[in-house]
Design a protein around this ligand. Structure first.
Ligand SMILES: *Cc1c(COP(=O)(O)O)cnc(C)c1O
Length: 369
């Protein structure tokens, strides 16, 4: 038995007719940039998130860059985010001439620790980017309260959490600015690179849509210099089809996670994912902690379970951020998680039999170690 981390082919088979029809419709019209299908998807995704506006973007990274522009960031400003995330969250600050400072995470949610955020705020801090990691929302009420008291903008990085809820509200509809990735493996994934922002303010949404389209207002009029960060229409049409299935897919992910929990809860050596009270997890990843990370992953792969690591080296210990001069020990919770995390296969089309096989194999790895 070989069990991939995710199985996009299996998913395509379940929606092939709808997807093929949507793709063919765009090709028949040859309207590849802009147009009604893009506007329709933006409206549908805003409504889904409970946000007022949605602006499509070329990727999650492009959306993050535009998000900083929406927050009016200026050269010399400082962005606070977590070290335990994909590099895109942090790397966009430089594109705006801003700097990054990392903040410790909470050991239960693996998301930004509000107390650590409060302690890290400095005179140049302007923006906070909490990440809804693995499908678990960050503690937004606490973060928004701290940010409001200190006059900071907040951007949700919701790339891993489409549909997750924080005290009843969906991510993307909580902070005034949020960004999403539709990278193929995400809970809502396109068939190529794609992303979006959700925004509370109409004027900001209009400015950001223009900025992502060369600063254009009318066809031959440019209010400012911008970027080519448009979401292409073929991807929007695919996403429109897949959005209709997102809730069912997330529900299925929760069922799979619940079965993993059942099978692995009693295993002393590992820590299973936890969901803080009042939050709804969407299990982009099912990440366990184990003392022998590399041994467990090797054993799993040798037995056909394509486990992965998210993320084995936190950003503050990456060569790209060596200039910060941070040493091991700077963020103990982050570093302990990085050393112990193993992502097990999870995707909506996974069978409970496959879940059982993965759990048995995890137990086998621990016996052997
Ligand atoms: C995937 C991801 C991104 C980047 O999205 P792309 O579409 O690959 O540019 C940003 N932040 C997080 C947390 C992600 O997981």
């Amino acid at each position: 038995m070989v069990i991939p981390l995710i199985d996009l082919k299996a998913q395509y088979q379940t929606i092939k007719t709808e997807i093929d029809r949507a793709i063919q419709g765009i090709i028949d019209n040859t309207s590849f940039i802009g147009g009604q299908p893009l506007a329709d998807f933006e409206a549908a995704f805003a409504a889904y998130c409970g946000a007022r506006h949605c602006v499509g973007a070329a990727s999650g990274t492009a959306a993050l860059h535009l998000g900083l522009c929406a927050a009016d960031i200026q050269p010399g400003d400082e962005v606070l985010t977590v070290s335990y995330t994909f590099i895109a969250t942090a790397e966009v600050a430089k594109l705006c001439g801003a700097t990054v400072r990392f903040v410790e995470i909470d050991p239960v949610t693996y998301c930004m620790d509000p107390a650590a955020l409060e302690a890290a705020i400095g005179p140049r801090t302007r923006v906070v980017i909490p990440v809804h990691l693995y499908g678990h929302p960050a503690p937004m009420d606490e973060i928004l309260r701290i940010a409001a008291a200190r006059g900071l903008a907040v951007i949700e990085d919701a790339a891993q959490s489409h549909g997750a809820r924080c005290r009843g509200r969906r991510v993307g509809g909580i902070a005034p600015i949020a960004t999403f990735s539709f990278y193929p493996g995400k809970n809502l994934g396109a068939y190529g690179d794609a992303g979006a922002l959700t925004l509370a303010d109409a004027a900001t949404a209009q400015r950001i849509a223009s900025l992502g389209n060369h600063g254009r207002s009318l066809h031959y009029k440019y209010e400012m210099e911008g970027f080519n960060y448009r979401l292409d229409t073929l991807q929007a049409a695919i996403l429109q089809v897949k959005l209709r299935h997102l809730d069912a897919w997330n529900e299925r992910r929760r069922q799979i996670a619940a079965r993993y929990d059942e099978l692995l809860r009693e295993v002393d050596e590992i820590v299973i994912p936890r969901t803080a009270p009042g939050y709804e997890h969407v299990y982009h990843l099912y990440v366990i902690q184990t003392p022998d990370r590399d041994g467990v992953v090797q054993y799993l792969r040798d037995h056909g379970v394509m486990a992965q690591l998210h993320y084995p080296i936190p950003l503050h210990l990456q060569p790209a951020y060596a200039y910060m001069g941070l040493r091991p020990g700077a963020f103990p919770v982050t570093e302990a998680l990085a050393e112990r995390c193993v992502s097990l296969p999870i995707y909506p089309e996974m069978t409970l039999e496959q879940v059982g096989y993965v759990a048995e194999t995890v137990k086998g790895a621990l016996v052997k170690a």
